[in-house]
Design a protein around this ligand. Structure first.
Ligand code: PLP
Length: 375
């Protein structure tokens, strides 16, 4: 196994640093307006009015029928894997993702089979999976729309139908993404979303599932509430994965501001892209897609170039972050590490630049100049 390189970073006073991201915080007045409702009603959790309001507004906004708010994105993944009965089964997923995608599968006692990614979109490559599916021992596929960019969703839908297996999306970063002009949530069987504070839309901690199937939705409703069914009887062992009213209140504030947040970050992404167009490779798709402005990932020619840029940025007070590094499969305990040549090279070369609400344009000029200089 290749040794991860350790960089000695010089110390920059933390108060002067521009972080790689920062949560969007709405006005306290607006938050209090919603929280007051919860205080007045003395209803703090358990299917309260704010949770219902957020659920209805999100369903409308996203154009989905079955949406369930939960305590966080990882719980959403665990629930989806539970609902599709993946314990003891083989499940194909991507090595290039946040650890939770696959550690939640292992937590659910599934056997994770990592398959390689596409060299342009950095998403799970459906063609690499086709061959493996002929063995008929795969029970689900878990693609991720990484950095919010939709993967080859139609190809995965076809594979799912041909082999009669569910496609469960880790859509933690792609709630607002579009594929062929439609919401990505229209594809596949289940989508799992994260509303963590660092995400574009957030509820501090939180998440959601969307389903294309009513039975799955109803089972999930029970499972997040200890397995208790409508008549108060425990129908199967569940957990507690409910979202509280205070978290829903934050979601309502952010939903009010969301169009403005998207526009603001799109301007930053456009400026970055424009300034770096000549020197950098960006994530690309051959499909008709919309990627929400969640991250600003750039790909270097070599790991050395990445490390020197990261150090330069740090010395000028800018935090950048390697995604996803250390490589995911290094902590999935495997006797024989899988052969993932594309993912292995790409995860050594991706760096995310600062992106957050109201990031000063001056910073983007400085950051892009540093990146260019250190190439
Ligand atoms: C954020 C994220 C998660 C985890 O979500 P939490 O709400 O933090 O539990 C899972 N997968 C991906 C791809 C993510 O970006």
């Amino acid at each position: 196994m290749q040794q991860s390189k350790v960089v000695q970073l010089p110390l920059t006073p933390p108060e002067h640093k521009v972080l790689v991201t920062q949560p969007y915080v709405p006005s306290l007045d607006k938050y209090m307006h919603y929280v007051e409702k919860a205080f007045d009603a003395k209803w703090l959790t358990n299917d309260g009015p704010l949770l219902k309001e957020l659920t209805d507004r999100l369903k409308d906004y996203l154009g989905v029928k079955y949406l369930l708010l939960v305590s966080n994105g990882t719980a959403a993944l665990q629930l989806a894997y539970k609902i599709k009965n993946l314990s003891g089964k083989n499940v194909i997923s991507t090595p290039f993702t946040f650890p939770a995608t696959t550690t939640a599968l292992e937590w659910q006692n599934a056997n994770v089979i990592l398959s390689d990614i596409d060299r342009n979109s950095w998403n799970l490559d459906p063609h690499a999976i086709e061959q493996r599916l002929t063995k008929s021992d795969i029970s689900a596929i878990v693609p991720v729309n990484i950095f919010g960019m939709p993967c080859d969703m139609e190809a995965f839908d076809k594979l799912g139908k041909a082999h009669n297996i569910p496609i469960i999306y880790d859509s933690a970063q792609s709630m607002l993404a579009k594929y062929n002009g439609k919401s990505v949530l229209q594809y596949g069987d289940i989508h799992c979303m994260s509303f963590h504070a660092t995400k574009l839309f957030h509820t501090v901690e939180g998440g959601a599932l969307t389903f294309n199937n009513k039975e799955d939705y109803e089972r999930a409703q029970r499972l997040i509430n200890f397995g208790i069914g409508e008549n108060g009887v425990v129908e199967e062992p569940g957990i507690n994965a409910k979202m509280s009213e205070l978290h829903a209140a934050m979601g309502l504030c952010i939903l009010d501001d969301l169009p403005m947040l998207i526009e603001n970050r799109e301007e930053s992404v456009a400026l970055y892209s424009n300034k770096l167009a000549d020197v950098i490779t960006f994530q690309k798709s051959k499909n008709d897609i919309y990627t929400p402005p969640m991250y600003m990932p750039i790909k270097f020619e070599s790991e050395d170039a990445l490390l020197s840029t990261l150090t330069q940025l740090d010395q000028h007070g800018y935090t950048s972050r390697r995604y996803f590094y250390p490589k995911n499969h290094e902590f999935l305990q495997r006797k024989t590490p899988p052969l993932l040549p594309v993912s292995d090279t790409i995860s050594n070369k991706i760096l995310c630049l600062p992106l957050m609400h109201n990031l000063d344009k001056e910073h983007i000029y400085k950051i892009t100049n540093i990146v260019k200089r250190s190439m």
